[in-house]
Design a protein around this ligand. Structure first.
Ligand SMILES: [Zn+2]
Length: 145
């Protein structure tokens, strides 16, 4: 029996392997994203936005608003993620209202419990990643609304 790690103070994740951290797992995911291999590469914006919103410390409201717009438009409004990412690169720093998205809510209280954290994505297996990424994103939106 391994002893789970202490929970992440920001997202509440716990890992079975005491050597794992949210940042360490996100670094692994970024390496997959940046390899441009699918299913990871094309979903980098969603993965980044989800991680950032579950770990808001040190990020500005503007940065978090961009993440909020991306998650809201893809998971609530059903936008095509690639087209949205391209549009957001072209028109940076517009407030959520300009994208038809509610204003960024206040961040969830510290120790908010997300129903899905990066720990639930395991090692980002290709077979399950797309589904788990959506669960992670929707859990994030649910906690922020
Ligand atoms: Zn965390």
């Amino acid at each position: 029996m391994s002893i789970p790690t202490k929970s992440c103070p920001q997202c509440g994740a716990t890992f079975d392997d005491a050597a794992s951290t949210c940042e360490g797992q996100f670094d692994k995911l970024l390496a997959l994203d940046h390899s441009r291999v699918q299913p990871w590469g094309s979903r980098h914006g969603l993965a980044f936005s989800t991680f950032a919103m579950q770990h808001p410390e040190g990020r500005t409201r503007e940065q978090l608003a961009a993440c909020w717009i991306m998650l809201y438009r893809v998971w609530i409004k059903g936008d095509n993620r690639a087209k949205l990412a391209a549009a957001m690169r072209e028109r940076q720093n517009l407030p959520p209202e300009e994208w038809g998205v509610p204003a960024l809510p206040a961040a969830p209280a510290a120790q908010a419990r997300y129903t899905t954290t990066i720990a639930d994505l395991g090692e980002f297996d290709a077979d399950t990643y797309v589904h788990k990424l959506e669960e992670w994103g929707r859990a994030t939106l649910a906690a922020w609304q």
